[in-house]
Design a protein around this ligand. Structure first.
Ligand SMILES: *[C@@H]1O[C@H](CO)[C@@H](O)[C@H](O)[C@H]1NC(C)=O
Ligand SMILES: *[C@@H]1O[C@H](CO)[C@@H](O)[C@H](O)[C@H]1NC(C)=O
Ligand SMILES: *[C@@H]1O[C@H](CO)[C@@H](O)[C@H](O)[C@H]1NC(C)=O
Ligand SMILES: *[C@@H]1O[C@H](CO)[C@@H](O)[C@H](O)[C@H]1NC(C)=O
Ligand SMILES: *[C@@H]1O[C@H](CO)[C@@H](O)[C@H](O)[C@H]1NC(C)=O
Ligand SMILES: *[C@@H]1O[C@H](CO)[C@@H](O)[C@H](O)[C@H]1NC(C)=O
Ligand SMILES: *[C@@H]1O[C@H](CO)[C@@H](O)[C@H](O)[C@H]1NC(C)=O
Ligand SMILES: *[C@@H]1O[C@H](CO)[C@@H](O)[C@H](O)[C@H]1NC(C)=O
Ligand SMILES: *[C@@H]1O[C@H](CO)[C@@H](O)[C@H](O)[C@H]1NC(C)=O
Ligand SMILES: *[C@@H]1O[C@H](CO)[C@@H](O)[C@H](O)[C@H]1NC(C)=O
Ligand SMILES: *[C@@H]1O[C@H](CO)[C@@H](O)[C@H](O)[C@H]1NC(C)=O
Ligand SMILES: *[C@@H]1O[C@H](CO)[C@@H](O)[C@H](O)[C@H]1NC(C)=O
Ligand SMILES: [Cu+2]
Length: 569
């Protein structure tokens, strides 16, 4: 063989091997412990991972295996969810309590064991039991495979920006009280950027997130909304974002001064800094997008962008510019911003939108009421009621044993039923005047799908207790957002306009307030998969359900057996 050809072939094969075989196993230990943390001059004891708030960053490449040993050293029950990770055949490691696992109890540990397949960008991890995710959360940075580049110029630096909510009171006390009264929970005192509320709150100036940048560079901001109950607008004064990736899927790059990000979502943006040192500093700010009734935290979190001066003696007293954020209720911004998001859909990163649909499903989502229990004080929206929320009029009742085990071991009797309806039992004008009867039903019902069923699901917001934007999150899958609109979905007209070419692919989508969204996905992942509103209060009120995707015929189409250390109830 010609030596040159031999050399080139060898180099090619080595590169190929790098792409295919370079994946590694990465080990992390999450020791769940208490920590005293002070914000807004309030010190409180919070549940943390390894004493850190926000929690530690997980960094991996596409293709890597993660082994995360979670040791519970607190009195609460704990589970951790790897939000957006597909968990192909490894549903045992998905994490929602009583759906895929019983919680890790005090003194116990569990090793989450999964690989990252076909995803690159930013995801995040958070507790998935009660409201503990208020303090138990952190970024998952997924780099491309070794030897594979981004579909955009390599950024100078990558920076996670994670939004949260700070409550002065104990978080578990807040949700327990709300469930007891049947009313809305107390709202947060502040939003946070990387755990810090920033200078616009009382007694908080020293807790300000500062990003020091160099001029003329491109930064990749990996933005995550870990807030409990609020969608957020985010902008940086005098700077523009280029959005390149959402929920660990590349999108066609587009520019925007402001982004909207729902709880559960991630957005990667490129931030090009000014080419010369500006004689100014710039606020980055976030405040909520609010569509529902009732009280909410309407405050604003700020951080600062500072240009590093060459001498490192950054001049004091520079002017500080603030961005202009949309109004708290700016639904037209929300609509325009959503419409700009499209899959990259090229040869390297195709959009595999299901074209032929096996199952057409229609789910209504929204708030409703239920009569109070005797132990409640009935502070719901109508006298004598408690808040309740439902999908197809079924408010999900959390079982006391995990659904996935019940399924796997053939012990579903008394735990769940397999009769989740394909559409609401009773039609009404979903987005029109509220019906007289606002009560909702309940149950622990699963919707069963055969392996590889292609599904189209239209999610319709209801006006029973006021319309509201609901960020719906599906575990175990990404879906394509093929259509959206306001009012009631009209199957014959609206489906004609679906985008089946390059719709955005993601795991969490805001159902438009008083409107609908249509998604498509292929049920190629056997297991029990949770779907719920990512506004935590709506989840607590029952806006959740679960899918059961059966095994396929081939050995690689089956759920793996449960790990030996899987916690028991
Ligand atoms: C977890 O952290 C606590 C508190 O720092 C410590 O006492 C305990 O030994 C740690 N456990 C492990 C297994 O590292
Ligand atoms: C938090 O502070 C309280 C009161 O000072 C103290 O009793 C407790 O041990 C501290 N907890 C931790 C985890 O440091
Ligand atoms: C935490 O770990 C320490 C050291 O192993 C142990 O002494 C303590 O009892 C544990 N606390 C809890 C609440 O599990
Ligand atoms: C993780 O899962 C893989 C695939 O099921 C298995 O081969 C491996 O032994 C597991 N590792 C641990 C530490 O449990
Ligand atoms: C109220 O009592 C019912 C059963 O009587 C129980 O299921 C429920 O958890 C209780 N609610 C609260 C908030 O304690
Ligand atoms: C920032 O924007 C404001 C108004 O939008 C403008 O007045 C100011 O000159 C800009 N400053 C810099 C340094 O770009
Ligand atoms: C924000 O909430 C406070 C207190 O609830 C209220 O006084 C204020 O008017 C609200 N601001 C806006 C812009 O809605
Ligand atoms: C949005 O809020 C503004 C100011 O608070 C108010 O004037 C306007 O009517 C609201 N718009 C909608 C659609 O609710
Ligand atoms: C609820 O009850 C209170 C006190 O009984 C009464 O003042 C109020 O008007 C009632 N509200 C509604 C909406 O019926
Ligand atoms: C709802 O209540 C209104 C007023 O009480 C009544 O006029 C209407 O007929 C009721 N609608 C239905 C569908 O029962
Ligand atoms: C579920 O529905 C039944 C029948 O309507 C009702 O008695 C029960 O209180 C409901 N349970 C919950 C938790 O809402
Ligand atoms: C923790 O989980 C176990 C198993 O499901 C359950 O029996 C127990 O009541 C839970 N404890 C708390 C404090 O929720
Ligand atoms: Cu919701």
């Amino acid at each position: 063989m010609n030596p040159l050809i031999f050399l080139l072939t060898t180099i090619f094969l080595i590169q190929l091997r790098n792409e295919v075989d370079a994946s590694v196993t990465r080990h992390y230990t999450f020791n769940i412990t208490l920590k005293n943390v002070t914000r807004l001059c309030h010190t409180k004891t919070i549940v943390t991972v390894n004493g850190k708030f926000p929690g530690p960053r997980i960094v991996a490449r596409e293709g890597d295996r993660l082994l995360v040993k979670v040791i519970n050293n607190v009195s609460n029950n704990i589970t951790i969810h790897w939000h957006g990770i597909r968990q192909l055949r490894t549903g045992w490691s998905d994490g929602p309590s009583y759906i895929t696992q019983c919680p890790i109890q005090t003194g116990q540990s569990f090793v989450y064991n999964f690989t990252i397949v076909g995803q690159r960008g930013t995801l995040w991890w958070h507790a998935h039991v009660s409201w503990l995710r208020a303090t138990l959360y952190g970024p998952i940075v997924i780099l491309p495979k070794l030897g594979v580049s981004y579909p955009f110029a390599k950024p100078y630096k990558e920076v996670p920006i994670i939004f949260g909510e700070w409550f002065n009171a104990d978080i578990e006390a807040i949700i327990n009280q709300a469930m007891q009264t049947g009313g809305g929970p107390n709202v947060s005192e502040a939003y946070t950027i990387n755990g810090l509320p920033g200078p616009l709150y009382n007694c908080s100036k020293k807790d300000t997130y500062k990003l020091r940048v160099k001029p003329g560079k491109t930064y990749l901001l990996r933005i995550i909304n870990a807030a409990l109950n609020d969608e957020l607008f985010f902008a940086i004064a005098n700077h523009t974002f280029t959005i390149v990736d959402v929920d660990a899927v590349y999108v066609k790059p587009f520019k925007s001064d402001t982004i909207l990000i729902s709880p559960g979502q991630t957005t990667n943006v490129l931030l090009k800094t000014k080419s010369n040192y500006p004689n100014a500093k710039f606020y980055m700010m976030a405040q909520p997008y609010v569509t529902g009734l009732g009280t909410f935290d309407n405050s604003t979190v700020a951080g600062v962008i500072e240009y590093e001066s060459p001498s490192k003696n950054f001049p004091k007293g520079l002017p500080l510019f603030k961005p202009t954020l949309p109004n708290l209720n700016d639904t037209s911004f929300a609509t325009n911003f959503s419409n700009k998001q499209l899959s990259l859909a090229n040869n390297q990163f195709p959009a595999n939108v299901p074209q032929k649909i096996d199952k057409h499903l229609f789910f209504t989502v929204g708030l409703g009421t239920n009569p109070c229990d005797k132990n409640q004080t009935c502070q719901g929206p109508i006298n004598g009621t408690k808040f309740s929320a439902s999908i197809n009029n079924i408010s999900f009742i959390q079982p006391t044993t995990a659904l996935l085990q019940a399924h796997f071991f053939g012990k579903s009797a008394g735990v769940y039923t397999s009769d989740f309806p394909y559409s609401p039992q009773n039609w009404f004008n979903y987005s029109g005047n509220p019906p007289n009867n606002t009560n909702v039903g309940n149950g622990t019902k699963l919707l069963v799908l055969n392996f590889n069923t292609s599904v189209e699901l239209v999610i319709q917001d209801t006006s029973i207790i006021g319309v509201e934007s609901h960020p719906l999150h599906l575990h175990g899958f990404n879906f394509f957002v093929v259509g959206r609109g306001f009012g009631n979905y009209n199957p014959s007209n609206d489906s004609k306009n679906f985008n089946l070419v390059d719709p955005v692919e993601r795991n969490t989508i805001g159902v438009p307030t008083g409107g609908w969204v249509a998604i498509r996905f292929l049920a190629d992942n056997p297991g029990v998969w949770f779907m719920h509103c990512h506004l935590e209060v709506h989840t607590s009120w029952g806006l959740k359900m679960a899918w059961l995707v059966l095994d396929g015929d081939l050995p690689n189409q089956k759920l793996i057996p449960p790990p030996a250390d899987l916690p028991k109830c």
